[in-house]
Design a protein around this ligand. Structure first.
Ligand SMILES: Nc1ncnc2c1ncn2[C@@H]1O[C@H](COP(=O)(O)OP(=O)(O)O)[C@@H](O)[C@H]1O
Ligand SMILES: [Mg+2]
Length: 265
């Protein structure tokens, strides 16, 4: 199983949008994919067509009760298995945060319970630095850090570096630009600055700012079924294609994939 954690240290950058749509795009390739919500806001299930609060069982209870305990995952859009965050009261929430601090790779242990038939786990983690961010970072093979082309996001880059380093580096980190808007000068400038800061770690694939994504969310459908010929759907197909070539975190392999011309992917 390859675990991809979708992370950021700024809110509202599109982590949940990216996690849900990447999971669906990966599942479209025929592989078994699970999407896991490690954010108490519990929004991932909604992005995958499931009703909010539809099940009290989720990551929180699995972590607190020592495992999945035979629970089957819910089936979301695109046949993606979904482990939502789940309902948790304030007392259990405190206990959960302590538990995560004591066991920094508890998420990984839960994912291992799913067995080898699951090819990808896509994790939507709450904004960092936080227990949720560190848990996802320590448990993943690939940290996909979502950035947006605006001054506020750029200003947080030094803290992003610090949070990634403090959490213990996973096998690989890639920065994904979401809400890309090549028509805006500031957006282009920030994109160039991200390239200068992250070098090879900035993914050559971007997710464009596309109204179709907001409309898809309003109808609780992934972009690949709501608007399959949109720009954003195309972006997510390419992101899934890149991810499918990621071979478990070896940086050399990642660089080789990045270097391939688009037509060869
Ligand atoms: N590329 C995009 N184009 C247009 N809207 C987007 C895009 N990415 C995210 N959004 C919208 O931005 C809002 C916040 O996205 P969300 O995924 O909930 O962010 P986060 O999980 O980081 O808080 C949502 O309304 C979503 O539809
Ligand atoms: Mg979110």
């Amino acid at each position: 199983m390859t675990t991809i954690a979708v992370l950021s240290i700024k809110g509202g950058v599109g982590r949940t949008t990216v996690a849900a749509n990447l999971a669906v795009a990966l599942a479209g390739g025929g592989d078994r994919v699970v999407a896991v919500d490690v954010d108490p806001r519990d929004q991932l299930a909604l992005h995958l067509g499931l009703s909010p609060g539809g099940s009290p069982f989720g990551f929180a209870s699995a972590a607190l009760d020592g495992g999945l305990g035979g629970h089957t995952l819910e089936r979301g859009a695109g046949r993606v298995g979904v482990l939502r965050f789940g309902a948790v009261g304030p007392r259990r929430r405190g206990a959960l945060e302590r538990c995560l601090a004591e066991r920094p790779r508890l998420l990984r242990e839960l994912l291992d319970e799913l067995g080898t038939s699951v090819r990808y786990a896509v994790v939507d983690a709450a904004v960092g630095p936080s227990p949720w961010f560190h848990q996802a970072l320590a448990s993943c093979d690939l940290a996909l850090v979502v950035a947006t082309p605006d001054a506020a996001c750029f200003a947080t880059l030094p803290s992003l570096r610090a949070a990634l380093d403090a959490g213990g580096r996973p096998a690989a980190t890639r920065v994904l630009l979401n809400l890309a808007d090549p028509g805006r000068r500031l957006a282009r400038d920030v994109h160039a600055l991200l390239g200068a800061t992250f070098g090879d770690e900035l993914l050559p694939i971007t997710i464009h700012c596309d109204e179709a994504l907001r409309e898809a969310l309003a109808s609780q459908r992934p972009i690949l079924t709501a608007a399959p010929s949109s720009q954003a759907a195309d972006d997510f197909r390419r992101l899934a294609d890149w991810t499918a070539r990621f071979d478990g975190g070896r940086d050399a392999a990642l660089r080789a994939v990045d270097a391939q011309p688009r037509g060869a992917r």
